[in-house]
Design a protein around this ligand. Structure first.
Ligand SMILES: [Zn+2]
Length: 316
């Protein structure tokens, strides 16, 4: 590489740093966020249909979808700054796999397989709140931005700021969706997972849910993992269970301890959940995605994610 070319790369990288860093009103920390809000939204919109299809489509029951969406929208309404005005959408996927994920710009998904294991509304709010937290903390944007720097802007060519919006989406959407739904952007690092957990608990409490539901979700996942034959896919998009349980317990004993003394104010909503959601869910025909295809796809992946992206993972 010539000296001039190296200099140019350094210059571009430094410039990227200076215009790419901003303070996030949700987390209060400074982060790299090269994608504009509009592009985040376009990316989520562009990838949502393909991703939904990979997980058996949306559950075709308007009441169940409305129930999930009403909880999701209530959580989103209590987010910071301009986040409540994002085009939020909450989709219950017709899939037996146990998973949940979010796309930038406010598209949140939860599998039927995970919902079926829940016993109260606070658990549902915990999962949606966690995914809402990934969106408001702009974790996908952060990962893209880091990737653009780490890969010497190779990814930048694919996600380039100078491309027309249409061309940009054509190259960016496959990166998000990836193989078998295990797209690069659906994977977050440990600090981002812990941050999303803390934000999820924050949004739960703001909506009058007992944050104990967040701890119960971790127990559901742990017991599902113990069943052996089909470990929750959730762990591939949301790793580090032990560390996460530890943090949630700490929040329950510390910052949010007061919620545990006020069951009249911070509720689990078991009865409403059974009546309006679980009983209806149980009457549905079998899921269109039995989990087989997704599991095969997951098995084909390296521990670090889809082939070619390992170098970008800084999970350890
Ligand atoms: Zn997560």
């Amino acid at each position: 590489m010539t000296r001039g070319r190296l200099g140019l790369i350094v210059l571009v990288t430094l410039a990227a740093f200076s215009w790419g860093c901003s303070s996030n009103p949700t987390t209060g920390r400074t982060q790299m966020a090269f994608l504009s809000r509009d592009r985040e939204i376009a990316l989520g919109e562009g990838a949502k249909d393909q991703l939904t299809a990979e997980y058996g489509g949306a559950v075709s029951d308007a009441k169940l979808q409305a129930y999930v969406a009403s909880i999701g929208h209530a959580l989103a309404a209590t987010t910071e700054a301009d986040n409540p005005s994002l085009p939020w959408e909450f989709t219950l996927l017709d899939s037996e796999v146990i998973n949940a994920f979010a796309l930038p710009g406010g598209k949140v998904f939860m599998s039927r397989g995970l919902a079926e294991r829940m016993t109260n509304e606070a658990q549902l709010a915990a999962v949606l709140g966690h995914e809402v937290g990934h969106v408001t903390a702009r974790h996908s944007n952060e990962r893209i931005s880091q990737a653009m720097l780490v890969q010497g802007l190779v990814v930048g060519a694919a996600l380039g700021a100078s491309q027309s919006d249409e061309k940009w989406l054509q190259s960016a959407v496959p990166v998000v969706v990836g193989f078998g739904g295990q797209g690069y952007l659906l994977k977050f690092n440990r600090d981002q997972e812990l941050e999303a957990d803390a934000l999820g608990v924050r949004y739960m409490v703001r909506n009058g849910y007992n944050p104990l539901g967040a701890q119960q979700v971790q127990e559901i996942l742990r017991s599902a993992a113990g069943e052996g034959s089909r470990p929750p896919e959730f762990f591939s998009t949301h790793p580090y269970p032990e560390r996460r349980i530890e943090q949630i317990n700490k929040l329950l004993r510390g910052e949010y301890a007061y919620t545990q003394d006020r069951p009249d104010q911070y509720k689990l909503h078991e009865e409403r959940f059974q009546r309006e959601f679980k009983s209806r869910l149980a009457s549905l025909p079998p899921a269109r995605d039995g989990g087989g295809a997704s599991m095969l796809a997951a098995a084909a992946l390296t521990p670090h994610g889809p082939g070619g992206w390992c170098a970008l993972c800084r999970d350890e």
